[in-house]
Structures are given as C-alpha cells and as structure tokens.
Design a protein around this ligand. Sequence first.
Ligand code: ZN
Length: 616
Amino acid sequence: MSLFPPTGRYLRRSTLLFLALIACGAVGSALGWGVLSRPYQSPGELAALVERAVNAGDAVTMESLTAPGIKNDYRWVREWRQSGNFKRWKAGPVSVYGSQRTLLHISRLQVVQSTYDHLYEIAGPSSRPRLGREIPEDELVGCRVTDHRITVTFDPARRHVTVTDRAKVTTHADRWSVALVRLNAQFSVSQVTLDDAPTPWRQFGGFIMVPKPAAQTATLTLAYEATLPKTGETFMSDKEAALTAYWYAHTGRLPATSEIEVRAPQDWLAIAPGERQSGSSSAVRWKNLLPVSFITVAAGKYSVTRREVGGVTLNAYLLRPSATRAREVLDQAQSAIEVFGHQIAPFPYSGYTVVESDVFPAALEAYSFTLCGRETLPGVVVHEVSHTWWGGLVPNTYTRSMWNEAFATYSEGLHRRLAGAGPDDPTGHGARTAGNTLPTALPLSKVTDAMNSTHAAIGYTKGAHVLGQLERMIGPERMRATLRAFVTRHRCGDAADWSDFQAAVTATNGTEWAECLDAWLNDPRIPSFGLSGVRVSRSGSGYEITGTVTVEPVGFWALIPLTAGGNEPTSTAVLCRGSATPFRFQSRAAPEVVTLDPDGVVLRTGGDVRAALTDK
Ligand SMILES: [Zn+2]
C-alpha cells in the first residue's frame, strides 16, 4: 500500500471532523456511564453498551464492561478515528453452534490494511454478562482458508457485484465446535454450503460461522453480493470497479492461493492476481499459485499499452489513452522488476500490470499488478512493484506489524541507488532529520494500520531508516545477501514478520549480529549518540585521537561516522553495539574538533555533537 500523496486527503477529512468527533466522544462517554448505572441483563444489552462506547472512542467504558481479571487492549477504541474511516461500528451477540458459549462481535465496513473487526468472548454470570477475552484476528477459530475458487460478476448499470467463493479450508483440532471466516460486513451472504451440501450458517457483521466440518479439509462455499459505493477503496463507477478489502472469506488474512473468474461488460477489461488463463475479455480467469494475504480484483474500460522485456509482459491499463504516460509507467515497472529481480530474487510472474484508477484514493499492491490512484502515477510504481517481493513472495498479514512497508519504502531508495538515479546513501534522505521528527508512540514491531498516520510514519519511514541503518552496519553487499536469504528461507504459504528477517540477518551475518535490530524494533524511542573523554596525543609523525561513543538509551546499534577536523580532516566509523564504545584513530594534521555524524546519516535525536580537542 502506498498512501502518498493522497494521505493529505485523509488528513484533511480527519481534521474537518475532528472537533465534532471529540464532542461525540464526550457525550457518548457520559451516556455510557449513565446507562451503566442501570443494571443490564442480556448479551444484547451488553452489545448495545459496547457499540455506543466504541463509536464514542470510549475505552474507559469498555474497561468497565469487561469481566474482572480479563486484560484486553482497548487502544483500538481510542485510535480508530485516526484512520480516516468514520463508518459506524455495530456490535451484537452470537451464540456458538454446539456449545453454551456466546460471542460478541464489533464490525463495520473495513478498508484494506487498516482497522479490523473485533471478536470477544462473553464472560461472567448470565444475569450480568461482561466482555471476556478478545479473540485476536490471528487466532484462528476452527479452520484456515488456503485456496479460493472465486467468480465475480460486475454489473455497472446497478453498481452491483455478486461473488461466489469456493474456499478450501483445513480444520483445526482446537477448542471450537465451529469454523469461523471473515468477510467485509458490506456484503450480504445469501447461501452457504459445506462440500456442496446445505449447512447451518450465521453472518454477523464481518464474520461467517458454520459448524466445524468433521473432515480435515472441506470446501466452504459462500454466495454474496453488494451494491458498491461510487467512491472509496471497494467501488464501482460507470467505467471502473475494484474489490480490495476482505471481499473473500479469509482467516487471519493468512496467505491463500486463488483462481478467480471475473465477468464484466464486453467493453471492460478485468484483472486479478496471478497468471491469465483462458477466457474471453468479458469472462477472464486468473490463477495465482503464490499464496498471498491480500487479493484484489479490478475491471474497467482501460486502454492497454504492452511491452515485452526479458520474458515479462508489462502492461499499462490507463483510463485515458496516453503514450507518454504509458511509457513513464512502463519504464518505472521495467526498471524496478530488473533491479529487484536481479538483486533479491527472480520475479515470480510472467507479467506485471499497472492499473490506473480515477477512484481508488491511494495505490495498492496486488503482486502481479497494482491498482493506482491517478495522482500516484508514475511515482508510486517502484514501491508497488517491490511489494511483489515484500508481501507477495514473503507475505504479511498486517495483524502484527507492517514490516513489509518498511521494506517497500527502503526498496524505493535501493532502486534509486542501483538504477543510478539517487545518492549512494542507504536511506537516500536525512536520517537525523527523521530521527528528530518521527513519532515515538509505538515500537516498529507493533504498528499495523497503514491508514493511521502515526502507525504509517513509524511503519513506512522509521522502518525504511532502520533498514538503512542495518545496511550502514553490514554493508551493501551483505545487506543484499540478507534480503535474498529472507526470501529464500521463507516457507511458501506462511506469513512472515520482523523476527523472520532477524533470523535471516543472523543466518547471513553470524550470531554476533543476532541482537542488532532488537532495540530498533521493540523500543519506541529513537536514540541519541554522544562523545565522551575525547583526547588527542602525538603518535609518530601524526596524532592519535581516542574517546568513547555513548548511546542513550542503551541497546541501539549503529555505525557512527566520526570526523576529526583541522587543516586535513580525517574520518572513521565506529560500530556501536548498543553500549558505550571506545574508539581510536589517526590523523596526520593536528585536529581541533571531533564531530559525530557530520552528514546526519544516523537515525538519532539531538543536534550537532562535537568534542573540542586538547593535547594529552
Ligand atoms: Zn506499500
């Protein structure tokens, strides 16, 4: 996903509604407490209170509705309004087939890689039900989806889409008597079968529940439909349509393969992930053998420009024919595929398509193609192509972190450098400036929401700088070897996280590097580096400079450049392994001052760091 430049669109919308929402929050909070003072007796009444508290952003009331001894993280209740999606949440109870349990869901229309629907157990006595433990999205209930056979029919005249998803599920021997999948709450399910036989089923918000199949694998088929809005991230207009966010049955957004047939009007072209199979232009089938976490379908009245390069067919699908724009887009895609295919791992598809949209407000990776808002082209193409590696070959669910956005942003700089279009600095732009401005609310390993500006600043910008700091420490060749190892060590079908990359760092560079990213990933702060005890002394015909590089807080590793200034400046670099590090280097001329990180290439806080020298 790339939000740039349309982030401003969300931020402006956020700003406009900010005061109104604060007011709503205050009123809602008061209402929540007011209602609480009366006894409530049923899961339905609990759900009504929960719905009111969530829509008011009132985490305090959520705590008060929670059973004693249960520790849930309600940060999302305070944060959801920061993600630019102001759709209301709806809560409701649902009883679990084959057990006495009742669950409580909180759902709304979701956009991709952002907030998500929540599910809680209900605890406490039946006369006074309370919120029990949250069942996190990555904790599967009864089954996992591994493959989709999907038919999508777009009817632009009615702005209507119908979908059939034949999802292959593997069942789990867990404590659940049911199998649960997620599907965006905007879709209305009309039929559910298990292995083509009728089954009881329930749709509640963004969830579908069926009794758990007895066999280890089964085909769960859902038929559903929606009338789509003209704008947003899943939309339909009279000339284009896209399905982007949780429009298929999924379990914890875990990777799945897919075969998708898209039916659209005769004069439309449709695209889905993977390789194009047989089919006419109005009913085309796409097969993706690479399991991925996010599946996108787009269709529209595109004008096509094609280019064949090194066995890969590149396409530009533009809404208005423009040879210049098509060339710009294809140049970017070609260059990115060549650089990343050569440096990291072979490109896994026979083609790549850049799809232009007048409606989609950002740019979204689909691994064999990308859906790009018109304003994002052509600048966003390299970022989106890099997601074929960071999200495609190595998938990410965004339920635990958005590590792959760090890699995609870092890859923009890598491409700039390797394509000869930018400076030879691993992060490409001022790390120190970033260090003084980045938010420190959350650690890099815990940000998940690409639409939340704080999460995004940490996940994209800080993440890219942290990878740049690693490249400074181990050098560009070993950095590329580490990236290659991250891809080749990945087990197809799994999703990855930062810990898998840390394992690749150790495997490639040695166990002495095992902790080099720990603080950068898990400590939300950005360190400051200093100098202490700096001395100069005569050494042969020149001078020897000694001292210590300090780090606060301890734990952060970095390669620290030092320059001894004078008539003939001399430089060195000190690898700081998370604690005070002594250094010693030579200078031919008499130095007057030692400067730490004079070019601002270290991700750090603080200003200039200098030590005036005195003869020992
Ligand atoms: Zn991205």
